[in-house]
Design a binder for this molecule. Structure first.
Ligand code: 9MR
Length: 672
């Protein structure tokens, strides 16, 4: 708790009602991990966090066999033709989205993602566009086309193929000749991406092409150079689509190298239009395995459902025959996605079962870190620690509190025995500045090679720093949101907006926050867009007893398992602070109680021993010691340690002047 001024600690109302209850959860549709006995392509792909999609034709949605397969097997769709220029803006300024809307409506009603295909492409382009010879006119026509189409579908599209097939075939590595290239020159691709980002910041923006799967091909190399140039200059690109229209020999041997090399540029890779002549099972399996071997391969889309639906129908290249029966390639894909039902169960159950115990016990250090006031910092308490172990040192960031307000401090040391003697660097002397800054969270954002310090200023704010050990390297505060999201305004009551927390998986970053009024909020953006684009704020968890779900929420990935761990600070029936815990299978999923009650807490004075003296009855705002230091916030499953704030039980008075100190819990019942 960090906001001035605060009500004093109050006795929580009767806890019995919430102890047994699972938290209410919002916004979980379509976000659940698949059941372990997955028997469809989509569910099997979801086990590794990927989608499995298909191209869809609006005119076939009324075909019962077709739509039954679509609804059963696929978690993503790409309109095959309905979003193309000749379908959406047949004459200048006159837009039609009816057919595309049917596909998007069908998909969103079933929780399927939509890939938008495609905005700028030399083919299926109406004649009036191809006839433009003047750059100013064409630039404005392209921008208007992109902006109008993205605005129409805003918030409904997972990823857009912004530019399609802009490079020439053969060994030249040149751009393909097209009206765009010829009239606007090389800059048209960058301009299209920038226009798309402004029109819908929530969608991933992809470059999509074919014959770029073989790493050494000149066309692959040319696209790679463009993407590298874009990422190095901050041109907004989030993904590269590999169409993957293969001959019967399947993907080239270098396909996974190609995917990995593009992903290493900091973009997602996606297989966007897969079909293989004669659909050999091994060729399909090899393709799926190539994607599965690259963490940032976000998903696979096949270009149609049945052979009869394919643009290459003479080659029978898909997973279902004309009657809708599964072909051999179907089974091969299911297996390559993660095994059959039996092997999937064997592979995942032990990992999650071994992850965390259902009860915890801890041993606490004494107070390790106390305030170090100086001539200009009259500090009463040191609070809300965030900690990473990096380069042989613990780096600790914390709030420093006094009656006059809150700011931040940084210290580092190589061993806990030296924590008390470390120098305190007050961050109000840096670009972070003076004024209300509290509850820091630090992590390394690997895609940008930058450290982030997230903290509250009344808004959710952050600073960045290329070197965590240099306190003067932090940038001035910037805000994640333009203002408090509406859903928080509507629910915060007389609480405070506090304790912002960022965690990312391979596709998205999530920003959690609390309101001291019984709500845990969650917003999301893509890994490519972070720190921008946080949107879709939902109540991720709530409790009608605000003290049962108060503040200081932490969310972590448990190493070597499929579990995430949520900790939330509560105020107990004795008025003392403690932590409750839940687990869940995906960051936007629903939570199951782990040690979530006052009698079986995650960490409370009642399950902590104090070999060097019981210096606190509060186990309050803190952070787990992590297994790593990046944006995934991964913690070990064993021998947990938790850095927390505690308080002399006899202290009283103004909340902001309480003498908080930092201590370290070490788990004593670790089973591994
Ligand atoms: O499958 C699409 C087919 O129905 C259209 O007639 C054709 C027109 O060019 O486009 C097909 O889809 C293409 C996709 O949009 C881009 N990559 C190549 C695909 C196959 O031609």
């Amino acid at each position: 708790m960090k906001c001035p001024p605060r009500p004093g600690r109050r006795l929580a109302s009767l806890l019995g009602a919430f102890v047994a209850a699972t938290l209410a959860v919002a916004g979980t549709a379509g976000a659940q991990p698949a059941p372990v006995q997955a028997s469809t392509l989509g569910a099997q792909a979801a086990q590794s966090g990927r989608y499995f999609g298909t191209a869809v034709a609006a005119g076939k949605l009324g075909d019962g066999t077709y739509s039954a397969l679509l609804d059963r097997e696929f978690t993503a769709v790409t309109p095959e033709n309905e979003m193309k220029w000749d379908a959406t803006e047949r004459s200048r300024g006159s837009f039609t989205f009816t057919a595309a809307d049917r596909i998007v409506g069908h998909a969103t009603a079933r929780g399927q993602r939509v890939r938008g295909h495609t905005l700028v492409w030399h083919s299926q382009l109406p004649g009036w566009v191809g006839a433009i010879t003047d750059a100013t006119t064409l630039r404005s026509v392209v921008r208007n086309h992109i902006t109008t189409e993205l605005s129409h579908f805003k918030g409904k599209i997972y990823a857009w193929d912004v530019v399609n097939e802009a490079f020439a075939d053969g060994g030249s590595g040149a751009r393909r000749a097209s009206v765009f290239q010829n009239v606007l020159g090389d800059g048209y691709i960058e301009d299209a991406f920038r226009t798309a980002r402004s029109a819908d910041p929530s969608a991933k923006l992809c470059y999509n092409d074919y014959n770029i799967e073989n790493w050494s091909d000149a066309k692959t190399q040319a696209v790679y150079r463009m993407v590298r140039d874009f990422t190095s200059r901050g041109v907004p690109i989030d993904c590269v689509g590999f169409q993957s229209h293969f001959g019967s020999s399947g993907p080239p041997a270098s396909f996974r190298t190609t995917l990995a090399n593009f992903a290493a540029l900091g973009v997602d890779v996606q297989i966007t239009e897969l079909d293989i002549a004669q659909a050999p099972a091994t060729a399909y399996a090899d393709t799926v395995k190539a994607c599965g071997s690259v963490a940032r391969c976000a998903g696979i889309t096949v270009w149609g459902i049945r052979d009869s639906d394919s643009w290459r129908s003479g080659e029978n290249p898909l997973l279902f025959d004309g009657a809708g029966n599964k072909k051999a390639a179907y089974g091969a894909v299911l297996t390559a996605l993660g095994g059959t039902a039996a092997t999937t169960r064997a592979a995942t159950t032990p990992a999650s079962a071994a992850a965390l115990p259902a009860r915890f016990s801890w041993s606490s250090s004494g107070a390790l870190i106390s305030p170090k006031p100086d001539a200009t910092h009259n500090i009463a308490g040191i609070k809300d620690p965030s900690v990473v172990y990096y380069n042989g040192k613990y780096h600790v960031f914390a709030s420093v509190a006094s009656a006059s307000g809150y700011n931040l401090v940084y210290l580092s040391f190589s061993d806990w025995s030296q924590a008390g003697s470390a120098t305190h660097h007050y961050l109000d002397r840096t670009a972070i500045g003076s004024g209300y800054r509290a509850a820091p969270q630090v992590f390394y954002y690997a895609p940008q090679k930058l450290w982030y310090l997230v903290y509250q200023t009344g808004n959710a704010s952050y600073s960045t720093n290329p070197d965590i050990s240099n306190p003067n390297g932090w940038s001035a505060p910037r805000n994640f949101y333009s203002s408090m999201p509406d859903i928080i305004k509507q629910n915060i009551g007389s609480g405070y907006w506090v304790d912002m927390w960022v965690i990312c998986d391979s596709a998205n970053c999530y920003l959690f926050s609390s309101d001291d009024n019984g709500h845990l909020y969650r917003s999301q953006t893509t890994v490519g867009q972070f720190p921008n684009g946080f949107t879709n704020t939902v109540i991720a968890a709530q409790d009608s007893d605000k003290y049962a779900l108060f503040e200081a929420s932490n969310v972590y990935k448990v190493q070597g398992s499929n579990q995430y761990l949520l900790l939330v600070e509560a105020i107990g029936s004795d008025g003392r602070r403690y932590f409750r815990s839940w687990t869940f299978g995906s960051l936007a999923g629903s939570w199951s109680p782990l040690a979530a009650s006052e009698s079986n807490p995650f960490a409370r004075a009642s399950n902590v021993s104090f070999p060097s003296g019981a210096w606190t009855k509060d186990i309050s705002h803190g952070e787990m010691i992590r297994a790593g230091y990046d944006q995934t916030l991964t913690i070990p499953a064993c021998k947990l340690q938790y850095l927390y704030q505690g308080l002399n039980p006899n202290a009283s008075g103004d909340y902001n002047s309480l003498p908080w100190r930092l201590g370290l819990l070490t788990q004593t019942n670790s089973t591994c």
